[in-house]
Design a protein around this ligand. Structure first.
Ligand code: ACM
Ligand code: ZN
Length: 466
């Protein structure tokens, strides 16, 4: 492996140039207007590595360049210094991140004699959507842990934080309309106040991360329904599903969705869940049966689909785009579908023209153990880092699927993951995932990746950044 080949995710194009740049000769950072915060963070990271960039030596120049695409950057290291040029501020941010990895490996044995091999790196992402889902509904995490996760994501150039906030075990966003929901929290208590959510939103936005908040329906709602049995088919025996027929259910959910979405004013996409609802309660419910007949449906899945499309159209009426997990139902075309059980869900969705996210469990569920040495449940598969790295079955059909596939997203469900284990579950597999989302298959091999990951580990990059 070449000494300049250390960056994760691996760049689209990297060419060595003649010579080396002595790290000792670097001494300053210049930043074009609007890029001052990247200068500040670069100086801080360099300082931890023993490199002073506040003086007068050769510069690291941070610039915007209109010829470069969005989220993309060009990093040039030559005898005159370093230039990081981005197509937009996100591109500069990613380019600075790449330079920090480069510098980190160069100074791993100290400053004396440390050199940066001259090179030119041109980089841009494979997918515009590069997601991580974190379940904060089962085990709750503090604001500090959410920020650590966001910071780690941004270092790996992931740009969508899908935040699973509501499930049977907890409703984790503050509700002023229904404050009783915030008393839930069977596995770990807690909820995020409106102020904390605003703080997290700002932290994510600074790192070019979009948040997609998720509120679940019609299943996965046991805790909420225990507090509001009037929203179930049988209030004596509430279960996990909302009644699909009672008018008060849709009124309640629309109020709740509007309030929930209001906490995320810069999120243009809202996830409505929709997975794993059971039909048993609906089958026994006189009101659900009556509505099924009235609508001329033959199965309760059709009635569920009608209900989900109604909730999704309410989301659209707020000017937002809905996402749901894949089910057998067909969602109106502007709803984004997240495939999770099988690659065939992508193929199926493709026929209907909905945009898609790829999160198939056996390749991207990070709650599964990375090795058999980890504690795990008997329904889990083992998902080693290599499994995540090679998880791109969509690559074979990229032509067929085309732009409908927004990109991949890995998921950390937390039924069995308390807060202290979130980062250990993510690393190192999130690095492998990020590279599949950022770097085209033709630029990647498992062997080359592991060399870079081990080099960055040994050189202290993770200690600097996580
Ligand atoms: C899921 O794993 N139930 C989406
Ligand atoms: Zn019912």
């Amino acid at each position: 492996m070449e000494s300049w080949d250390v960056i994760i995710p691996r760049p689209a194009k990297a060419e060595p140039l003649e010579g080396v740049l002595k790290v000792e000769s670097l001494g300053s950072v210049t930043a074009q207007a609007g890029l001052a915060r990247f200068k500040k963070s670069l100086i801080a990271d360099a300082s931890v590595m023993g490199v002073d960039l506040t003086g007068k030596g050769r510069p690291v120049r941070l610039v915007l360049s209109p010829e470069i695409k969005i989220e993309s950057f060009v990093m040039t290291v030559d005898s005159r210094g370093v230039t990081v040029a981005g197509g937009d501020p996100a591109g500069v941010f990613y380019g600075v991140g790449a330079f920090v990895q480069y510098l980190c490996t160069a100074v791993a044995r100290g400053l004396r004699g440390a050199v940066l091999p001259c090179c030119k790196i041109e980089d841009s992402p494979r997918f515009a959507y590069r997601g991580l889902m974190l379940d904060s509904a089962r085990h709750f995490q503090s604001v500090a842990t959410i920020k650590r996760v966001l910071a780690l994501m941004s270092e790996l150039r992931l740009n969508v934080f899908h935040w699973h906030l509501c499930d049977s075990q907890g409703f984790r966003t503050e509700s002023k309309l229904f404050p009783e929901l915030n008393t839930l929290g069977t596995m770990a208590p807690g909820f995020y106040t409106a102020e904390e959510i605003a703080e997290i939103r700002a932290f994510a936005a600074e790192r070019f991360i979009t948040i997609i908040p998720e509120i679940e329906m019609p299943g996965h709602s046991e805790g909420l329904l225990a507090l509001h049995p009037e929203l179930c088919c049988d209030p004596e025996n509430p279960g996990r599903e909302f009644c699909l027929a009672k008018r008060n259910v849709r009124t309640f959910l629309k109020k709740l969705i509007a309030e929930f979405a209001g906490l995320f004013p810069d999120s243009k996409i809202i996830h409505l869940g929709g997975d794993e609802a059971e039909t048993t309660q609906w089958e026994k419910c006189p009101e659900c049966r009556k509505l099924l007949k009235k609508k001329g449906y033959t199965s309760f899945r059709q009635l569920e689909n009608d209900f989900m499309n109604d909730c999704a159209s309410f989301v659209r009426s707020l000017g937002l785009t809905p996402v749901t997990w894949f089910t057998e139902s067909v969602m109106e075309r502007s709803t984004i579908i997240q495939a999770w059980r099988s690659i065939h869900e992508l193929k199926e969705t493709c026929k209907h023209g909905n945009r898609m996210i790829f999160s198939v469990h056996d390749q991207l569920y990070l709650d599964y153990p990375a090795t058999p040495a980890e504690p795990f449940e008997n329904w889990m598969l083992t998902l080693p880092e290599s499994g995540v790295y090679t998880a791109e079955p969509y690559a074979a059909w990229e032509e067929e699927i085309g732009d409908l596939l927004l990109g991949p997203e890995c998921c950390l469900w937390t039924e069995t993951v308390p807060e202290h284990r979130v980062i250990p579950k993510l690393l190192p597999r999130l690095c492998a995932f990020a590279e599949t989302a950022w770097t085209s298959s033709c630029r990647r091999t498992w062997f080359n990746y592991t060399c870079r990951r081990e080099t960055l580990t040994a050189c202290g990059w993770f200690d600097l950044k996580v």
